[in-house]
Ligand binder design. Structure first.
Ligand SMILES: [Zn+2]
Length: 189
């Protein structure tokens, strides 16, 4: 029971690490998701805007959507003093970052590592729910399917084959009348 729990925890940890690694790789390889321009929902635009600027100022809002990324930009219209909020992750958006451009066109990061030169967004570090959890569970399941299940199956088949041949399932020593293996002590019932 304890070992089952620790195996699940290890798999989940692998899932989380894989999820973050995939998101960062996508972000580094394709920093600017400009494949599709979509309207940004007004309530989301206002929420992003009002975190940085007075609500009475006029502003524009743009949303770009790529296969594994989303980039929202709100600003005054001359590409200075605007805010970029990016999300990345596959298959669902899992991590996000936000940065503000100052009067000199520089990004200042609020939550994340410093912006890498040439990239529009800093490396995303904030989890996006529920995508972060769903992706992590998915990668954990994939790790189980490819790296755990085959070995479990092989062990189970070997165990059964040994029992069928009258051998101890643990050490393949011939089974006698004793309820435990006389060679290794494995219970035989
Ligand atoms: Zn044995």
């Amino acid at each position: 029971m304890k070992s089952l729990l620790s195996r699940i925890l290890v798999l989940l940890l692998i899932g989380v690490v894989a999820n973050i690694a995939v998101a960062w790789l996508i972000e580094i390889k394709w920093p600017n998701p400009t494949s599709r321009k979509l309207p940004m929902p007004p309530d989301e635009a206002i929420a992003l805007w009002s975190r940085y600027f007075p609500p009475e100022c006029p502003f524009y809002a743009e949303r770009y959507r790529g296969p594994a990324q989303q980039l929202d930009i709100v600003g005054f219209g001359d590409n200075v003093l605007n805010v970029a909020a990016g999300s990345v992750g596959w298959p669902f958006l899992a991590l996000s970052s936000e940065s503000k451009v100052d009067e000199k066109g520089r990004f200042s990061s609020y939550f994340e590592l410093d912006a890498v030169p040439g990239r529009i967004n800093p490396l995303p570090l904030r989890p996006v729910w529920p995508g972060f959890a769903v992706n992590s569970a998915l990668y954990a399941t994939m790790a189980w399917v490819f790296f755990v299940a085959p070995f479990d199956l092989r062990r189970r088949l070997r165990k059964r084959s040994r029992l069928n041949r009258g051998l101890c399932s643990a050490c393949a020593y011939p089974i006698g009348v004793s309820p435990v293996c006389t060679e290794c002590g494995e219970p035989l019932r």
